[in-house]
Design a protein around this ligand. Structure first.
Ligand code: ADP
Length: 590
């Protein structure tokens, strides 16, 4: 089976949601990693400051020592002239003693050429005594500036250390030599090596000279040019130590002195958080390298949380979208339904208006026969009356002529009333007209319209009318209802020798009940439910349209009332009841 566009779309949506979930989780995990790393870098930076402090305080402890010793009169006098072996021995022992007390590495006294005339390590094979250190920068610095400092590998001992020196001057401030203290950092390096971090100190050229782990020392962080090499060679700063570059590549920089870097260190290539702290007093830089400790669980939790949040958001959007679509669909179907109902109502109203009109026309047709009969008779009578009148006037019997005018006048009045009714009956009344009217008067009017037939057929009429019976409605239409009921009753009693029509109008709580009962054949049980159906008729073709009751039923409803049919309980014949709400307002005001 070929996949439908719906399945393709659905798969695409699922794919998109999954991709979104993976992306959200990935981003959150990366973010959590970065966050953790930055926090780690922050901590490392604080630790670095502590390490820098310990280095500073170590150096500071010895900074004043050469200056104080340079003031010693014995040292000064021994440098002012050639030195005897005895003097030298005394000096050696003295320096040895002071060195032991100060816990420095070595103390040495250089003469104005840089020759070591006495040293605390005079007993050792690596004794400085007799060696010239004029080439060391600290010596030239001391000669010109009064003090000097220099980190270097000892050319005699091979042990690296920090040389701090102070000028020994004569009475006239002339330069006699230099007092030098050498500091070595094995303890510091050992102390630093207890932690898991790599701690390095580099000089101004970026050459690492202190390291708490083997393999890092004498690596340089920046390329060295020919001038650098020449100078290092001349000062023999790192003496015979080979200098090799340390390859590293910055991966992410947190700030000027903090970054994540891939370092090709002695233990192979690895990522490090690299924190640096410049030690301005010495012109050095302290470095702390730490393996980033990414807590897997933290980043996994962050990923899961982000995926959860993303999915919640997606489902919320889907849910809201679905609700919105449903509401729109409901709204549309409601509108369609409303439109349909409106159209149907309009159609029904038009159809009903048409039915009412055609029923009226049918009634009019039937009535015109009766009307012709009704009018013909008085017309013939009037012609005869007029002839009589002429004769009476010819004979000058004016009084008799006046008397003879009375029946003519009566007949004309009656004919005018009849035609007046017919005129209003045939008009198409606007639906929904609700004027205040007396239902009893409507009964009178209808009986008057059918008067000719009632008299012809010798119908006895029993009237029980409550007057006035105020209702709201259209007089013409209600009259039409009543005429229909009366005509049907007359039709039903056609074959009865004794015809009796009973009309009752009485109040029942909120309603007027108007009933028309006849003593005709009644309505067959099986037809009771259908008599109000349009075009239902039991009359022969040409006689009945089957519209009268259907239209009457509609008119009753339109006026807020009901029309019902039943057979009389006692005796024969049908009874039709029209109920209409009482117009209480009219009754109260009357
Ligand atoms: P039509 O008079 O043209 O037949 P109607 O709608 O007025 O149409 O009446 C429908 C049918 O109801 C009549 O054909 C008749 O069978 C029945 N009917 C109406 N009024 C009476 C009544 N008073 N007695 C018996 N049957 C009646």
């Amino acid at each position: 089976m070929l996949p439908t566009s719906r399945t393709v779309r659905l798969s695409l949506y699922i794919l998109l949601i999954l991709a979104g979930t993976a992306l959200a989780a990935g981003i959150a995990m990366r973010h959590a990693e970065h966050q953790a790393m930055e926090e780690d870098a922050d901590r490392a930076n604080q630790q670095l400051a502590l390490y820098a402090n310990s280095l500073h305080s170590l150096i500071d402890r010895y900074r004043a020592l050469p200056a104080v010793l340079a003031l010693d009169p014995q040292l000064r006098s021994s440098l002012s002239g050639p030195i005897s072996a005895e003097q030298q021995d005394l000096l050696n022992r003295k320096l040895e003693k002071i060195n032991g007390a100060a816990k420095s590495s070595t103390l040495e006294l250089l003469d104005r050429t840089g020759l070591a005339v006495a040293a605390s390590n005079w007993r050792l094979p690596s004794s400085y005594v007799g060696h010239n250190y004029g080439f060391r920068p600290y010596f030239s610095q001391t000669k010109t500036q009064g003090t000097g400092r220099f980190y270097a590998v000892g050319v005699t001992s091979g042990i690296p250390g920090y040389f701090l020196s102070s000028a020994v001057t004569g009475d006239n401030d002339e330069f006699l030599g230099a007092m030098v203290v050498k500091l070595e950092f094995p303890e510091l390096e050992h102390e630093w090596s207890l932690g898991s971090d790599t701690l390095l100190v580099s000089d101004a050229r970026g050459i690492i000279f202190i390291a708490n782990q083997p393999g890092w020392r004498y690596r340089h962080l920046q390329p060295l040019n020919a001038g650098d090499h020449a100078e290092i060679k001349a000062t023999r700063q790192y003496d015979k130590q080979p200098l090799t570059p340390l390859d590293y590549q910055s991966l992410r920089r947190f700030d000027e002195n903090s970054e994540l870097a891939r370092v090709d260190g002695p233990e192979g290539s690895a990522q490090y958080l690299w924190e640096s702290l410049p030690l301005t007093a010495e012109g050095w830089t302290l470095h702390l390298l730490r393996r980033p400790q990414v807590a897997f669980e933290d980043s996994r939790n962050a990923g899961l949380a982000a995926a959860g949040a993303w999915l919640t958001l997606v489902f919320l959007v889907l849910f809201l979208n679905q609700r919105w679509r449903l509401a729109k669909m409901r709204q549309r179907s409601r509108e369609e339904l409303e439109q349909l109902v409106e159209e149907r109502t309009r159609d029904l109203r038009t159809a009903q208006d048409g039915l009412v009109q055609s029923a009226k026309l049918a009634a009019l047709g039937q009535m015109s026969a009766a009307l012709a009969h009704e009018i013909n008779q008085p017309l013939t009578a009037q012609r005869m009356q007029l002839a009589t009148l002429r004769l009476l006037l010819d004979h000058g019997r004016v009084d008799d002529a006046y008397k003879a005018l009375k029946p003519v006048d009566d007949m004309l009045t009656r004919m005018a009333a009849l035609t007046g009714h017919l005129k209003t009956f045939a008009r198409k009344s606007p639906s929904g007209l609700r004027e205040r009217l007396d239902l009893a008067a409507v009964v009178d009017q209808s009986l008057q319209l059918l008067d000719a037939r009632l008299r012809d057929e010798n119908v006895s009429i029993v009237l029980h009318l409550t007057r006035p019976a105020w209702v709201r409605g259209d007089a013409i239409r209600l009259e039409q209802v009543l005429i229909n009921l009366l005509r049907n009753a007359l039709d039903a009693m056609q074959d009865k020798p004794c015809k009796r029509l009973q009309i009752r109008l009485e109040a029942d709580e909120q309603l007027w009940l108007l009933s028309v009962a006849d003593n005709g054949g009644g309505i067959a049980e099986e037809h009771l439910a259908n008599v109000f159906d349009p075009f239902f008729t039991t009359k022969p073709v040409g006689d009945g349209l089957g519209l009268g009751l259907a239209v009457s039923f509609a008119i009753a409803h339109e006026s807020g009332g009901r029309l019902s049919a039943a057979n009389q309980l006692q005796g024969s014949g049908a009874v039709f009841t029209l109920t209409l709400p009482i117009d209480l307002e009219a009754h109260l005001s009357c």
